[in-house]
Write a protein that binds this ligand. Structure first.
Ligand SMILES: [Zn+2]
Length: 288
């Protein structure tokens, strides 16, 4: 195992979808007719078929997440981006973890900040700084806003629940956690990190967005990288690679890109990485 050939793997999860609106039973009385009209209007609204001036709140969409029926969180009011989009100014190899039927990338809703939490247990001294700087790199390359939501005690499990009481309503934030190959066999050998994310339905319309997400970092591997020449920049590049997975980038074969599965001495995003990150940050907002 050499430090110059770290391999990465992604962990991509999909959750079971259950579309449509919740329907309640009603008897044959005048309220039924009103209820039916409401249901039809609601269904039309949920499919974007109603004019926006109608003062009707969209019905919640329910999906099954890990065996639990949960309401898809409502979109941000006004559907305004938190940060401006990033123009594509470079070209090169890039690939997306998830695409729509027409091939467009599926990304996070750019009208909501992406919250992230850190489980600091077992982190190297530079751990928090590595994560904060990697998140800043991805934020400026995507035009997606991130919010540091503090520390958590949540274990960085492969199948982490997408909805958790500890985080309140809505999708769980992105989780950064430190581990090692003894605790997590997925980190065996030269794998220094794992990044993955889930796909969830939009609250409005038929679209999909990324949500949740997890970055598992191998503390012994990254501690060794940090002690090598140019170690801090190389360790940060590992975390940038994993956060790029979280926002929807997949591996590419081009060794000149940070999204190559085995990274050499690269410490900065390549031209294809930048193009892919800009595109995944340009998806239309939920509710737009
Ligand atoms: Zn990877």
């Amino acid at each position: 195992m050499t430090l110059s050939m770290r391999r990465y793997r992604r962990q991509a999860e999909r959750i079971e979808r259950r579309g449509g609106v919740a329907v309640t039973r009603a008897g044959l009385n005048p309220i039924l007719a009103v209820g039916l009209v409401g249901a039809v209007l609601g269904l039309a609204w949920s499919r974007g078929a109603l004019p926006s001036w109608l003062p009707i709140a969209p019905p919640p969409k329910f999906i099954t997440v890990q065996g639990r029926l949960v309401a898809v969180p409502a979109p941000a009011k006004g559907a305004v981006r938190v940060l401006p989009p990033v123009a594509v100014a470079t070209s090169g190899s890039h690939a997306f973890l998830y695409v729509t039927a027409s091939g467009a990338p599926i990304g996070f809703d750019p009208c909501r900040p992406i919250r992230y939490v850190v489980r600091p247990d077992g982190a190297p001294a530079a751990g928090d700084q590595l994560i904060a700087e990697a998140v800043a790199v991805i934020s400026s390359a995507t035009g997606l806003a991130f919010v540091d939501a503090g520390y958590t005690s949540e274990e960085p499990l492969l199948d982490r629940p997408l909805v958790q009481a500890r985080y309140g309503d809505g999708w769980a934030p992105v989780l950064f956690g430190w581990s090692d190959e003894g605790t997590d066999p997925e980190l065996a050998g030269p794998t220094a990190g794992l990044g993955g994310v889930s796909v969830v339905p939009a609250a409005t319309g038929p679209g999909e967005f990324l949500a949740g997400g997890r970055v598992l970092l191998d503390a012994p591997d990254l501690t060794a990288i940090l002690a090598s020449p140019d170690g801090y920049a190389r360790a940060r590049a590992v975390v940038v690679h994993e956060v790029a997975h979280v926002v929807g980038l997949d591996h590419v074969a081009d060794a000149g890109e940070l999204m190559a599965p085995a990274m050499g001495a690269l410490t900065a995003l390549g031209p294809g990485d930048r193009a892919g990150l800009a595109l995944v940050g340009q998806v239309p907002c939920d509710g737009a």
